[in-house]
Ligand binder design. Structure first.
Ligand SMILES: [Zn+2]
Length: 257
């Protein structure tokens, strides 16, 4: 069954028990097909904490160039090397996001120079436009759409599972936007940021309005800033009742039984 793993649920600055927002999807019927989304921390440690192995990763998707979404990339590479990976590692995303992780990796070149048995990187750039294909290898089809994150090029994602008729959408960092409504139309789960007010971000209520318009089954709030979220969650539930705060290291089957 397809499962979503919330590897991190915090904003760049968050509570002591929330790291930066990172996601994975896995399928226990296809155990070598885990997709990772963003790496602004020790993404593979978080993945292991949720159950899937390092070797199960079929691709890394990077959404945008901010530190809290990319800065763990060199550590990600070191860990897949130490884990003995031989097959290539696809890295998927829009050009500015891929360029950022390429620079981060290059910054460590004096260190990894001579690591001859590193798995090859497969850069897979995607167009920065609505319905761009990010990943299309069974069982997952991932499409993207540009979202509204201030001046930063960024995409939200729609992740469809072929055999289970299951759909997950992820807003990534954005103000409420019709792009996410488009990505999330009829989804089982919408994972939406609720960083709060500010340029290129959403409140919990704003995320709930997107969830209601997209007619999703469930809304999970992530990218959560420090502090008490009770009032924000209550407000969101008045707009979209099936709203929850994303649980750090939470695993969610989708569609839910
Ligand atoms: Zn961002």
């Amino acid at each position: 069954m397809p499962a979503l793993h919330l590897l991190g649920t915090g904003a760049a600055l968050s509570d002591p028990h929330r790291t930066t927002t990172m996601l994975a999807v896995s399928d226990d019927a296809a155990p070598s097909n885990t997709l990772l989304i963003d790496c602004g921390g020790d993404v593979l440690q978080r993945l292991q904490a949720c159950g899937p192995s390092i070797d199960s990763v079929s691709a890394l998707i990077v959404t945008h160039a901010h530190m809290d979404h990319t800065s763990g990339f060199p550590l990600f590479m070191e860990k897949i090397w130490l884990d003995g990976r031989m097959r290539p590692m696809p890295v998927c995303g829009i050009e500015p996001a891929l360029a950022q992780v390429q620079r981060l990796w290059d910054a460590f070149e004096p260190v990894h120079e001579g690591w001859d048995d590193l798995p090859p990187l497969e850069w897979r750039p995607a167009r920065h436009k609505r319905d761009a294909l990010i990943w299309g290898e069974a069982p997952w089809t991932v499409t993207a759409a540009p979202v509204d994150h201030g001046d930063m090029p960024n995409v939200g994602l729609r992740i469809e599972h072929a055999s289970a008729d299951a759909v997950l959408a992820y807003s990534c960092d954005t103000a409420p936007t019709s792009s996410v409504v488009h990505l999330a139309r009829g989804a089982d789960v919408l994972v939406h940021e609720a960083n709060g007010t500010g340029d290129g971000h959403s409140t919990a209520a704003g995320a709930a309005e997107v969830a209601a318009e997209a007619d999703v089954d469930r809304l999970l709030l992530v990218h959560l800033p420090p502090g008490d979220k009770t009032a924000a969650l209550h407000e969101a539930r008045t707009i979209f009742p099936h709203t929850d705060l994303g649980e750090e290291l939470g695993t969610y089957a989708f569609p839910s039984a």
